[in-house]
Design a protein around this ligand. Structure first.
Ligand code: ATP
Length: 500
């Protein structure tokens, strides 16, 4: 029945009843009949609605969400390999039982956010043909004692029931942010957390290889050191798999995966984008591809170009461009500051500057994007000192050209101080090998100042010798707002008084 006819009916019936009463007809039986018919119609419509809803839900469940495979996870070759090997325990359960090997109960995935831990757990479910039940540590946190523990029980029950219902031999339970419930127990206050964790341990202890369906728990955290040792002991989460930030090859792979459903111009070089997106997680790379497509759409283009990808790296790294309009004098100062970082970077790590930009993004008024020529996991004292010099380059430039610094260097100094602290912790300073808690604040301050002042003097001297590079680059930067790495290197080589 069309909606309007229902409304007309609702308006018409009372009018009719009043009219009949007015001319002396007994309307009470009529009212009762109307109410009965109305009630019946209402109930039928509610049931019909529910039935339609349930139908769509059933259809959705039948089709199910698209199954994710390991091929759709970029990089992480080592982690994927390790995980697949561990999952073979679930698949080859007969062989395992014959050899008397105890079942694998838990796998812990550790690593920074957005590196694909959830994807790995989903792919694991597909690989082992298991049902997948996901949850997050924060879902178990409740004010009331016992509720979290009840939810853990419910989670395991749901996994078993679903496996039976869907006729599967196994179920994978995924708990993200396990540190929320599995943090170290320090006694005292945390009764609710303790109960939840205890329940989880009890459920894990209740997993047997002869069970059908077999249960495997996969948990993820980026703070493994926070976890209670009871969780980490053999027989519980005894496989720990590190899911790290991807290296250049991994980044390119992830970009390619997320480019599959996007039209790219033929000359787009994803290898270069992978190079420029050093330190990005899988989630950030996905965002780079997505933002690039949005930029292309904004320009009314049908294909994504290299410049869109480059722009979206900046956006993901620094935030959206802001409309802050600064004066020419301020812009000039920012340009001098950024060129200081760039020149220092090119001096100590040739070929590493990827872009110098003068556009305000997030809190920054300008920035230099670095692109390390090789990825490194171990740092020498010289490397760290050079890193500090790149950070101090901005303030040193301002001193050279303006005779003083500005507030624009606060982030750089924070970075420099962090590096000094790393050096101290690693025994790379004149303090020797020390426990920082045992050194007085005065001693620390003295060492900090000595290191930073020495490096500042060295930075200033090196920059003074390259004054001419500033003049040329400054003009372009003020006009164009960006200077690509190659453009900057050309100017650097042309105007460097010393051999580059
Ligand atoms: P968190 O610790 O924050 O929960 P996570 O490590 O579980 O993060 P995921 O949820 O798996 O990260 O990843 C988020 C999104 O990032 C994915 O949906 C995917 O689009 C993208 N992504 C992350 N890592 C990869 C990867 N290795 N390959 C392809 N896409 C990835």
């Amino acid at each position: 029945m069309p909606r309007w006819s229902k409304e007309i009916l609702i308006g018409f019936v009372p009018v009719l009843l009043i009219f009949l009463a007015y001319i002396g007809v007994n309307i009470i039986p009529l009212i009762i009949a109307t109410l009965l018919v109305g009630g019946l119609l209402f109930m039928a419509s509610v049931r019909g609605g529910l039935a339609v809803g349930a139908g769509t839900e059933r259809k959705r469940k039948k089709r199910g969400p698209k199954k994710l495979t390991f091929e759709e996870i970029g990089g992480q070759d080592h982690a994927k390999q390790e995980l697949m090997e561990a999952l073979d325990f679930l698949i080859k359960h007969e062989e395992i039982r014959k050899l008397g090997i105890r079942p694998l109960k838990g796998i812990l995935l550790t690593g920074p956010p957005g590196t694909g831990k959830t994807l790995m757990a989903k792919a694991a479910a597909h690989y082992t043909d298991s049902v997948f039940v996901a949850s997050s540590g924060s879902e178990f946190v409740e004010m009331y004692v016992g509720v979290g523990a009840g939810r853990v029980r419910e989670l395991f029950r749901e996994a078993r029931n679903r496996a039976v219902k869907e006729n599967k031999q196994s179920a994978i339970i995924f708990i993200d942010e396990i540190d929320v419930i599995g943090g170290k127990r320090e006694g005292g206050q945390q009764r609710e957390y303790d109960q939840t964790l205890n329940q989880l341990l009890t459920e894990m202890d209740g997993i047997y290889s002869s069970d059908s369906p077999r249960i495997l728990l996969i948990a993820a955290t980026n703070r493994k050191e926070m976890l209670d040792s009871a969780l980490l002991r053999p027989g519980r989460f005894d496989r720990h798999i590190q899911v790290d930030l991807p290296d250049k090859k991994g980044r390119e792979h992830i970009l390619r995966l997320h480019a599959k459903n996007k039209p790219l111009k033929t000359d787009v070089d994803l290898g270069k984008i992978a190079e420029e997106s050093f330190g990005f997680s899988g989630a950030q790379l996905e965002s780079v591809m997505n933002e690039a497509a949005i930029y292309a759409m904004r320009e009314g283009l049908k294909e994504i170009e290299q410049k869109h990808l480059s722009m979206s790296i900046d956006k993901v790294m620094m935030g959206e461009r802001t409309d802050r309009e600064s004066t020419l004098e301020e812009k000039k100062r920012v340009a001098i500051h950024e060129l200081g970082h760039a020149i220092m970077a090119e001096l100590v790590r040739p070929g590493s500057v990827s872009q110098v930009a003068l556009s305000p993004r997030g809190k920054a008024l300008g920035y230099v994007r670095h692109n390390p020529t090789q990825e490194q996991y171990l740092y020498t004292k010289t490397f760290l000192e050079e890193q500090i010099m790149i950070a101090l380059g901005g303030a040193a430039s301002e001193e050279i050209f303006y005779g003083g610094r500005s507030t624009g260097s606060s982030n750089d100094f924070e970075q420099a101080l962090n590096i000094v602290q790393t050096m101290m912790k690693s025994g790379l300073t004149s303090l020797g090998i020390v426990d920082l808690d045992m050194v007085t604040k005065e001693e620390l301050m003295k060492e900090n100042t000595a290191i930073l002042e020495d490096l500042m003097t060295r930075t200033r001297t090196m920059l003074e010798e390259r004054r001419t590079i500033y003049e040329q680059s400054l003009d372009i930067l003020l006009k164009e707002e960006t200077l690509s790495g190659d453009q900057f290197r050309r100017l650097f080589r042309e105007h460097s008084q010393l051999p580059a």
